[in-house]
Design a protein. Structure first.
Length: 122
């Protein structure tokens, strides 16, 4: 009977470790924002309007992410130099700013080399 309890306990502990690893918060800073073309909207048979989405650059200690809002919609403009703590889930970055939750699509991620990091001037 004890042999069956031990594997179930070990499995439960493994599941808890897997869940806690998924929700790791990473610290970063929104360093810039730009408006980019993200589609068109039809307003008639021949009339179309270009839609713009906000695309942000988020920098961590080792990585720089380009993130974009998932849909061209009315959304708050997030200021530059805003510190955030985020989680990554597949191709989505989730974070809160001023108590409001946001979910963005990760467009690209690139490693930051020692040469591109800002060094203080002497």
């Amino acid at each position: 009977m004890k042999r069956k309890v031990l594997p179930v306990g070990a499995l439960f502990f493994g599941v808890l470790l897997g869940l806690s690893a998924k929700t790791t918060l990473t610290s970063g800073t929104i360093i810039s924002m730009q408006s980019v073309d993200c589609g068109t909207k039809k307003e008639g048979k021949k009339t179309t309007t270009a839609l713009l989405c906000q695309q942000y650059t988020v920098r961590t200690a080792t990585t720089e992410y380009q993130i974009r809002q998932p849909k061209p919609a009315e959304q708050d403009i997030l200021p530059a130099n805003t510190p955030i703590q985020f989680t990554l889930d597949k191709n989505k970055m989730k974070f809160k700013v001023n108590g409001k939750s946001y979910e963005f699509l990760v467009i690209s991620a690139s490693a930051i080399s020692a040469q591109t990091e800002k060094k203080p001037e002497i």
